[in-house]
Design a protein around this ligand. Structure first.
Ligand code: FAD
Length: 335
């Protein structure tokens, strides 16, 4: 049996390991377009590691390529361009087509960037992968001197702003809502987090949106203008305003995609509308629910793999899920 998995994140790698556990002789291949040749690294720990400084990507490594190879899991650093479920084939660059028996789509999500004048300036940034966080680390001296603006008051924005501020970067956190942490935190936790961030010396601007990225030399960012006209200086504008499922490559594949969210429709067995094609993690949607956390993405990878093996297993979305924010943890540490 040939199992192909598109996506080397936590959903894809958990699925690969589950398949291997139950099918010692199967061919298991994972395709990923992460540029850094890593295996599985902890995306969720990037903000935390930024506080101490990222010197070596190995600090974030959970499973190396070598460990996966020992388990007979092949990792290919290739972007899958198309899937053809009726032919049971995937298309790689250089017109390479490969056959599979069962396919898992575990392509995660892509961060949204705020489209505003000046979008092309150096310094307009988002954070999703190791390259993004390494770039922020490389700019640290400039950021410490000129500051950064984080746009988006959700969990990721709060964590990133906290981490930057801890590294001595004068940081302003901008949120369009009237309080931070929407939608994950309760108002009480959000108020606690805001108090903590302000006590750390961070500027917080609520109820405002980004109007334009600014640059005097028309090349490198030196600030942003908000909807009120207020200007905030900074060498980096970090957009943390949500993610959208990475499903563009499925256009014309006949895999059913939700028109509103862009996520792949799956049933309780995490199977798509196409035979032998499953989906798990940030790219999949079950009964209106999309996993946003590490834990749920891993669980979906596990359940999808069991179903791919023919062991019918239902996935039950959690009643409520909250990403534990770094800042709240740090408050608890200090209390
Ligand atoms: C900075 C940051 C902080 C976070 N903090 C937390 C936290 O504190 N707690 C928490 O629970 N969650 C956190 N998350 C969210 C968590 O990391 C995600 O929910 C989880 O990584 C999703 O796993 P996934 O496998 O679905 O997708 P991903 O981890 O995004 O993996 C998707 C994979 O698919 C590959 N891919 C995509 N398209 C293709 C293609 N066409 N061909 C080949 N490969 C492709 C990508 O290269 C990638 O390897 C955080 C995320 C970020 C970015």
């Amino acid at each position: 049996m040939r199992y192909a998995i598109i996506g080397g994140g936590v959903a894809g790698i958990t699925a690969a390991k589950t398949l291997r556990e139950h099918a010692p002789d199967a061919k298991i291949t994972v395709y990923t377009f992460e540029i850094h040749p890593f295996g599985l690294y902890a995306r969720k720990d990037m903000a935390r590691r930024l506080i101490t400084g990222i010197q070596d990507g190995d600090e974030l490594l959970l499973e190396s390529e070598a460990t996966l190879a020992e388990q007979g899991i092949e990792l290919h650093y290739e972007e899958v361009l198309r899937v053809f479920p009726h032919l049971k084939q995937i298309l790689l660059p250089r017109h390479i087509r490969l056959n599979y028996d069962r396919l898992l789509l575990a392509t995660g999500a892509t961060p949204c960037i705020i489209d505003a004048p000046g979008l092309h300036y150096i310094g307009v940034h988002q954070v999703r992968n190791y390259e993004d966080i390494s770039l922020i680390e490389a700019w640290m001296p400039q950021l410490q001197q000129s500051g950064a603006v984080v746009i988006g008051g959700g969990i990721l924005g709060m964590d990133m702003a906290y981490a930057l501020n801890r590294r001595g970067v004068p940081t302003t956190l901008v949120a369009r809502e009237k309080h931070l942490g929407i939608p994950s935190l309760s108002e009480t936790d959000a108020a606690l987090a805001e108090k903590c961030l302000r006590a750390e010396g961070m500027q917080i601007v609520l109820g405002e949106t980004l109007a334009a990225y600014l640059s005097e030399d028309n090349r490198v960012l030196d600030g942003v203008r908000l909807s009120s006209g207020r200007i905030i200086p900074g060498r980096m504008a970090l957009c943390t305003v949500g993610v959208s499922p990475t499903t563009d490559f499925l256009i014309e594949s006949e895999v059913e995609i939700d028109a509103e969210t862009g996520a792949i429709w799956v049933n309780a067995n995490l199977q798509t509308n196409q035979p032998n094609v499953y989906a798990a993690g940030n790219c999949a949607q079950i009964d209106g629910y999309i996993a946003r956390t590490w834990k749920q993405s891993a669980e979906q990878g596990r359940v999808a793999a069991l179903n791919m093996l023919g062991q019918s297993t239902l996935y039950h979305p959690p009643v409520a899920e909250t990403i534990t924010p770094l800042i709240l943890e740090s408050i608890q540490e200090r209390v």
